[in-house]
Design a protein around this ligand. Structure first.
Ligand code: FES
Length: 154
């Protein structure tokens, strides 16, 4: 994380003194972009750098499912399982993916290619069910569309 401190310093200039906690989200986002996930050492570093309580960072990480605490595979598949998506078959999609990939939600395939995850509402209820693959939305999903999607992921 230390190599990102110059970037964090530039971000800090945009905030008035005393508002260091406002930097928690953008710093975490930048760390995740850089490494792919947020490690314990990153949290330690942010506590020291921003001077915010550790619990404040932990709360952000546990609230926003977009932040990852562990490395993920080359393709990160996140299936929304909130109300609208569930009503439109999200659980069947999760089971289908789980069977095809041989992993449960939260796991990565042994070859490191796929991580299967679930997400709370992705804000696209009108096109449920929704799957996000590496930040790209795939909407109105079906078992057939999942098979096509997987076939296109190298
Ligand atoms: S419930 Fe799935 S996008 Fe809203």
């Amino acid at each position: 994380m230390k190599h990102l401190l110059p970037e964090f310093e530039k971000m800090k200039e945009r905030y008035p003194a005393g508002f260091e906690s406002s930097l928690v989200l953008p710093c975490l986002r930048r760390i995740q972009e850089d490494r792919g996930y947020i490690a314990e050492t990153d949290i330690d570093g942010l506590v020291e750098y921003l001077g915010v309580p550790r619990i404040q960072i932990e709360e952000v990480l546990s609230f926003y499912t977009q932040y990852r605490r562990q490395p993920v595979g080359r393709w990160h598949l996140e299936v929304c399982r909130n109300v609208s998506c569930s009503m439109r078959g999200a659980e069947r999609l999760i089971d289908h993916l789980s069977n095809k990939l041989g992993v449960k939600p939260g796991e990565t395939t042994p070859d490191g290619r796929f991580t299967l995850g679930t997400a709370e509402c992705l804000g696209s209820c009108g096109t449920a069910p929704v799957i996000v693959v590496n930040n790209t939305y795939h909407e109105n999903m079906s078992l057939e569309k999942i098979d096509q999607l997987l076939g296109g992921l190298e």
